[in-house]
Design a binder for this molecule. Sequence first.
Ligand SMILES: O=C(O)c1cc(=O)[nH]c(=O)n1[C@@H]1O[C@H](COP(=O)(O)O)[C@@H](O)[C@H]1O
Length: 270
Amino acid sequence: MTTKELVSQIQKKKSFLCIGLDVDIHKIPQHLLKEEDPIFAFNKAIIDATHHLCVAYKPNTAFYEAYGLKGWKSLEKTINYINENHPEIFTIADAKRGDIGNTSTMYAKAFLEDLNFDSVTVAPYMGKDSVEPFLAFNNKHTILLALTSNTGAFDFQTKQVDGKELYKQVLETSKTWENSENLMYVVGATKAEYFTEIRKIVPDSFLLVPGVGAQGGNLQDVCKYGMNEQVGLLINSSRGIIYASSQEDFAQAAAEKAKELQEQMAVALG
Ligand SMILES: O=C(O)c1cc(=O)[nH]c(=O)n1[C@@H]1O[C@H](COP(=O)(O)O)[C@@H](O)[C@H]1O
């Protein structure tokens, strides 16, 4: 999906909500455990109930890899279900990859070609040659970790390197890489006070913003300091939406939570 198509979906749905499909088998409603593929059954119900309220889904691959081959199969069924039934939805493989060039090429192929996600999250730590293989894919997006939502972000990302915070170096340097127009960046909702500085460096880029809901980030602050002329934000919530209820009404309850966020986004869009 192109960025232009994503922006048009945001305008149409009055939403820049990304729903995180971080499915923990211990947290899903008990009645689903009798299904052949409980994780897919859960995702399908959530997608059916929420697709009109969001513009993106983000399965975090850890929650699928943890169940081995079966988990990988659930991930594949989930992305295929979205691509076949809702091709207008932007998909993010939250895999946080990045390695030496030839290995990154294989990671990129796995997520952007084989599974056919629109984007994949990538760690910048190994530098240019570890990220460029992802950027080489046309009409696909590489979402680079810039300033993450966790407290560990202060261990390295905000430290001064050559007189500038490391996350700023990541933003500035990555802009010089080949096919950098395919970059988006992760900035945690818990770091709202950094958005103004970040927008000075990447005024036009899309930011994937996790950390509202369960991690306590504030949606209004993110919108106030992070939004640009093309909206430029995808705000993710995972647990806050998908585990709204552990009963038979779980999909309906998830839709209600998603609607609450979507309505706040509609206000922010004006
Ligand atoms: O790349 C991410 O999506 C990500 C980056 C970050 O800085 N913080 C962060 O929480 N995430 C992911 O976003 C999701 C947040 O989930 P909830 O806290 O349940 O909404 C998880 O899948 C995290 O792995």
